[in-house]
Every structure is written in structure tokens, then in C-alpha cells.
Design a protein around this ligand. Structure first.
Ligand SMILES: [Fe+2]
Ligand SMILES: [Fe+2]
Length: 189
């Protein structure tokens, strides 16, 4: 049995509630997508990959310089999965899901598709506004630039029909925010 409490604590220690709760939301969304699409999945693979897919963004796992966080996180999975007592037969599926969580069309497993689509949904909508502004608390122009980039990139990752449906309102909200922000700020931000 996977120790979810321990996984939560590990993510909390690495990146605070920002990343721990992103991981938790990603898992909830992934489960909802699986239900809507009637997609079977391995519980341990989905839970573990949802929790740790962004782990390389945080010290001590974060590499020096620029890096592909999905690729670097994937490299950490075999040893980390072993620490949690996950059977080695599942390491390949976990690694694939993490490696391709931001790469459209890559990977074949249901867990890969579920993680990727769920992760994208959690970076759209008012949630995206909150996430980008909380990361750039005193630089609104940077937050808006990040928001526009994320709007483009994460909307492009949606593949499952149920994910497209779930994201529809979020994308509308995000677009509404961006246009109203431009008006209210008078372009000064
Ligand atoms: Fe990511
Ligand atoms: Fe993520």
C-alpha cells in the first residue's frame, strides 16, 4: 500500500503547499478524467506519477542551469519508487508518465495520458491566474507573460474529450481575466 501521507509530506517539504496541492489536485482531476473516459489505470502508477511529476523543479533534485523538468523528474523515478516500496514492474509506466507529462502525443499508457491532461487542466482558468501571480508577487508583467504562455501551452496539451470539456470554462475564464486585466490596468502593470 502506497504511503500517501509520506508523499504529501515530501512534496510539502520540497515546495510548500503550492506544489503539494498541485499534486493533489492533479490526482483528483486525473481520476475524474479516467472515470469519464472509462479508462482503466494502475492505482500506484497514477498516484505516484501525479505526486512526483514536477519533483526536479525543487532542491535537492533541481539540476544546475536550464533543464527539462519532466525529463529530469523521470530520471529520479526508479530510485524514488523503490524507496516507497513500489514493485519494479511498475517503474517503466511511472517513468513514462512523468517523462511525457508535458509532451503532447508521447507515451502510450493510460496513466501517461491521464497525468498529462490533468496537469494541463490545473494550469488553466482562474487557477492559472492564482498560480502565476503567486509565483511573481511583485512583478505583474512577468505574471501576465507567464499566464499567456501557459494559456497557449497547456491548452495545446488537452487530448481527451473529457479534458477538453473540463477545460472549456477555465479557458474562457482565463481569456476573460487577460482581457479585463488589460482594460483595468490601462496597460500599465
Ligand atoms: Fe510539470
Ligand atoms: Fe505539474
Amino acid at each position: 500500500m502506497l504511503d500517501e501521507q509520506r508523499m504529501q509530506e515530501q512534496m510539502l517539504a520540497l515546495g510548500g503547499t503550492y506544489i503539494m496541492n498541485h499534486a493533489k489536485r492533479t490526482l483528483v482531476i486525473a481520476r475524474r478524467l479516467a472515470e469519464s473516459e472509462q479508462l482503466p489505470y494502475d492505482e500506484e502508477v497514477l498516484v505516484f506519477s501525479c505526486f512526483f511529476h514536477d519533483i526536479s523543479a525543487f532542491l535537492p533534485y533541481r539540476p544546475e542551469g536550464s533543464f527539462d523538468h519532466a525529463e529530469e523528474s523521470a530520471k529520479i523515478m526508479p530510485a524514488l519508487a523503490k524507496e516507497y516500496g513500489i514493485d519494479e514492474s511498475k517503474t517503466g509506466a511511472i517513468t513514462e508518465a512523468v517523462r511525457y507529462h508535458d509532451k503532447r502525443g508521447k507515451g502510450t499508457a493510460n496513466e501517461t495520458m491521464l497525468l498529462r491532461n490533468a496537469d494541463a487542466i490545473d494550469y488553466l482558468g482562474f487557477m492559472a491566474v492564482a498560480r502565476d501571480f503567486s509565483k511573481q508577487p511583485i512583478e505583474m508583467s512577468r505574471a501576465v507573460a507567464a499566464l499567456k504562455k501557459h494559456r497557449r501551452e497547456f491548452a495545446a496539451l488537452l487530448e481527451l474529450q473529457s479534458a477538453v470539456r473540463m477545460a472549456e470554462k477555465r479557458i474562457q475564464n482565463l481569456d476573460l481575466f487577460l482581457s479585463e486585466f488589460e482594460i483595468e490596468s490601462l496597460g500599465i502593470y
